[in-house]
Design a binder for this molecule. Sequence first.
Ligand code: PAF
Length: 289
Amino acid sequence: MQTITTVAALTAAITEAKKDNKTIGLVPTMGALHEGHLSLIHKARQQNDLVVVSVFVNPIQFNNQEDLAKYPRTVEADCEKLAAAGADIAFVPSVEEMYPEPVNTVYHFGPIEEVMEGPRRPGHFSGVAVVVRKLFDLTQPNRAYFGEKDYQQIAIIRNLLEQIKYPIELVPCPIVRADDGLALSSRNMRLSPEARAVAPTIYATLQQAVEMSEVEDIESVHDFVIDTLSSFQEVNGLDERLKFEPEYFEIVDDTTLQPIAKWEDAKGVVGCIAVWLDGVRLIDMVRFR
Ligand code: PAF
């Protein structure tokens, strides 16, 4: 595996690959790699001649500077994992390399960015779009791989591809979970052992919600999830630090991402959640229909 840190060296490698008519798979990441990322790389490996993985903590998608500062950075370990997973190129640029000039571009995505993460993280999706487009421009991939844990992000990238009309196949990949059900996330490593032990309650509650959805209406299922998580610490007599604080749980049309009032209002229905636990913001999602 080649580790590349400059745009010039990446451009040279991509030009070479294109000359040889190689298909290119891009896996954009912010590092702190776990099995979820590796599943994207394995998929990219199966489907492409050249697999490029970017490792870049993108400052312009963080609306909270403390979150940016605390974001785990484990580049050496990441490169070892990438080599073992069969990546051909690890692209690990500095912030100055990616953004030599101040970024002025702003992307808009309409209703799909006005729900869930959008209003709570102003500028986040525009920042994601700027870096992803830059990575698309630099690597000219045939396919790009994204995890479904960030369900809204996938809708945003799909919309970005429609806006910029690049012939790139977007490949969404299923969430990878720990044995106890917690969705794998780079942020999990910031949980204390006690918080990590209770964190699977999020997915367990979502699974109960899916069962409930067979007989209950949307409002009842929504309230069940919020109430179960919000009261978990008190009901179980746990330390105050182990309190779940749901930021949102939204039951939405899986394509438009707009909230629905009745199960029949959409063909596909998903539930997306963001919850604070022990100072860490965790997200997850389930499919209802
Ligand atoms: O999902 C992520 O890790 C990031 O949002 C991405 C797509 C790598 C862009 O920085």
